[in-house]
Design a protein around this ligand. Structure first.
Ligand code: GLP
Length: 241
């Protein structure tokens, strides 16, 4: 694992955006695995800025997002579909036919998940997977569990995740309790993985996930087994390593 220390959130965002830019410049038809949450927002802003300057072209890029709340329609501002359009897709020249987010409105979980696995398969595989990390070590919405889930699956969100994500909703009661998420095997199949972490509240989990035992109780710990992982974090998040 490679650790790239940044001064602060903005510095982390620029450094991570540079890594994604290099991927897009070197391989204009690459497949990006994308993430939501507050960690990647700054790097998406950098990508938009550089696209507007003419440095980047996303027309050939395919993207697959990690996860989506079950039951939230596309036009709900808290859905990850809405988030991706709002924070990235509507500002750059991505081809809507090539941007994929799990469909939270497919009520049948089995169908939603197998459809999304098929979508991921049809891309030919992820070249660069971007990840944030939850306070309990979740990646995508792969919550701590007794085993690592392989493909896309429906998860019951941990109470701590519901609490953490309630900051985006009017009340805790409005946070969906379930989500569809890409599985660990799919994440691990990406050729390269880029993790972004910022803030003092992530310092404990950074140490645990990347230097502690590899266990499904800390889902991000599996990344220690991947051959090409870069973690870009600010000083506060790296305080314990
Ligand atoms: C959410 C997302 C994850 C994200 C995590 C951390 O639960 N499903 O993909 O990595 O939260 O979010 P943040 O970056 O806001 O700390």
């Amino acid at each position: 694992m490679r650790f790239v220390k940044a001064k602060d959130y903005n510095d982390m965002s620029r450094k991570a955006a540079n890594i994604i830019s290099a991927q897009v410049i070197l391989r204009p038809d690459c497949v990006l695995g994308l993430a939501t949450g507050s960690s990647p927002v700054g790097l998406y802003q950098c990508l938009i800025e550089w696209y507007e300057k003419g440095d980047l072209d996303f027309s050939g890029v395919t993207s697959v997002n990690l996860d989506e709340y079950r039951g939230l329609p596309h036009d709900n501002p808290q859905s990850y579909y809405y988030f991706m359009n709002d924070h990235l897709f509507s500002h750059i020249n991505t081809d809507p036919a090539k941007t994929h987010v799990p469909d939270g409105m497919i009520a049948d979980a089995g169908e939603a998940c197998s459809q999304y696995d098929e979508t991921i398969r049809s891309t030919g595989g992820v070249d660069l997977q971007l990840l944030g990390m939850g306070h309990n070590g979740h990646i995508g919405f792969n919550e701590p569990d007794e085993e690592f889930a392989k493909g896309t699956h429906c998860v019951d969100l941990a109470q701590s995740t519901i609490d953490a994500n309630s900051r985006f909703f009017a009340s805790r009661e409005e946070v969906p309790t379930q989500a569809y998420t890409m599985g660990i095997q799919t994440i691990m199949a990406a050729k390269k993985i880029l993790v972004v972490v910022s803030g003092a509240d992530k310092a404990d989990i950074v140490e645990k996930a990347f230097f502690g035992p590899i266990t499904p109780h800390v889902p991000a710990s599996i990344l220690q087994l991947h051959a090409d992982v870069t973690v870009v974090g600010d000083e506060a998040a790296f305080a314990k390593i």
